[in-house]
Design a protein around this ligand. Structure first.
Ligand code: PRP
Ligand code: URA
Length: 209
């Protein structure tokens, strides 16, 4: 089974409270999602491999560590996942970005795929799939299916708020995928919204309704 990491860092928890509040407007919501994504990426990249190289400081020769150059890819689930991409790219600017377009059918709550574009060297990259919300888990499971079907071997999933139902579904469908979340909420309501959650992440990010 993959590992589940819940980030209890005070900065993440504080910012999360403000994106939950219903009176938080689009501009602030977008900025906070971006900041939380950066903070989560900092933790989620903790195990990136390092190489040792010889360098010269102004006063001495020494050995120092640099990233070994592992190829990374970020895959936002459209639309709301887009809100997390720039925050992650601030820390790993060389990562390539693939996209998977999925929307939840409002009746069945099942994901419907409408767009896929991944980097061509998919088999050589480690991927971070991002979406602010893990509700029933259908979208995350489908996005990861889509990556694996095309050859991706190492994938982690990062979201802001998860429902227990979605977490269980994702763990069962993809036991090899580590899951990083900022908060584990109580449950889903009858319309598939996370309670207490933050409402519709895509609408709040992009100012649509
Ligand atoms: C939201 C959210 C996730 C999905 C989560 O997207 O951003 O992608 O729902 O729900 P699930 O875990 O039950 O699949 P939505 O379908 O509203 O599309 P949008 O991002 O385009 O608004
Ligand atoms: N998608 C959202 O944007 N919010 C939810 O609460 C559930 C799914």
């Amino acid at each position: 089974m993959g590992k589940v990491y819940v980030f209890d860092h005070p900065l993440i928890q504080h910012k999360l409270t403000y994106i939950r509040k219903k009176e938080t407007g689009t501009k602030e919501f977008r900025e906070l999602v971006d900041e939380i994504a950066t903070l989560m990426a900092f933790e989620a990249t903790r195990d990136l491999p390092l190489d040792e190289i010889e360098i010269e400081t102004p006063v001495a020769k020494t050995k120092a560590k640099v990233l070994s150059g592992k190829k990374l890819g970020i895959v936002p689930i459209l639309r709301a996942g887009m809100g997390m991409v720039d925050g992650i790219l601030k820390l790993i600017p060389a990562a390539k970005v693939g996209h998977v377009g999925l929307y939840r059918d409002p009746e069945t709550l099942k994901p419907v795929e409408y767009y896929v574009k991944f980097p061509s060297d998919i088999e050589d990259r480690d991927f971070i799939v991002v979406d602010p919300m893990l509700a029933t888990g259908g979208s995350a499971v489908e996005a990861i299916n889509s990556l694996k079907k095309r050859g991706a071997k190492h994938i982690i999933f990062m979201c802001l708020i998860a429902a227990p139902e979605g977490l269980k579904a994702l763990e069962e469908a993809h036991p090899d995928v580590d899951i990083y979340i900022a908060a584990l909420d109580e449950r889903l309501n009858e319309k598939g919204y996370i309670i207490p959650g933050l409402g519709d992440a895509g609408d709040r990010l992009f100012g649509t309704k």
